[in-house]
Design a protein around this ligand. Sequence first.
Ligand code: SF4
Length: 152
Amino acid sequence: MRNILQEIKNAVRSRSIHVSYVDVGSCNGCDIEVLACLAPRYDIEQYGIYVHNNPREADVLLVIGSVTPQWVDKLRDIWEKIPEPKVAVAIGNCPISGCVYARKGSLTTPPVENYIPIAASVPGCPPRPTEILSAILSVAPLIFKDYEEKKQ
Ligand code: SF4
């Protein structure tokens, strides 16, 4: 009986994915594509995805930018504030490789996976809103499988 109830809860919960995002040093291009997901054209909420400023309310952290030294500790702090179970997704080439900032003399320190675990990456400079939406939906099963057990 418990398993059936658990499966129902997990199924319902998987239609309510809460996302926060952080920019750790970008050109703003990827931020605009994430914001485009909120606009009526892509309407992220129709997929059951909701955006929050408060990481304590998030399941998924979107990370944008090539990681400046000033952001290393803050990024880890934000990640710690998100309750388990949680995943992080790297948005754009910057958190993956540093993109245009990966050059001699640059003060950026990518990749972001050196600081927090990354469940999925969306390459592109910038990636399209549809690719960002797909990535969020693709990591949802990682969070919501056995959600209640992982929460404890
Ligand atoms: S990946 Fe490209 S568009 Fe995105 S923040 Fe980096 S430089 Fe800007």
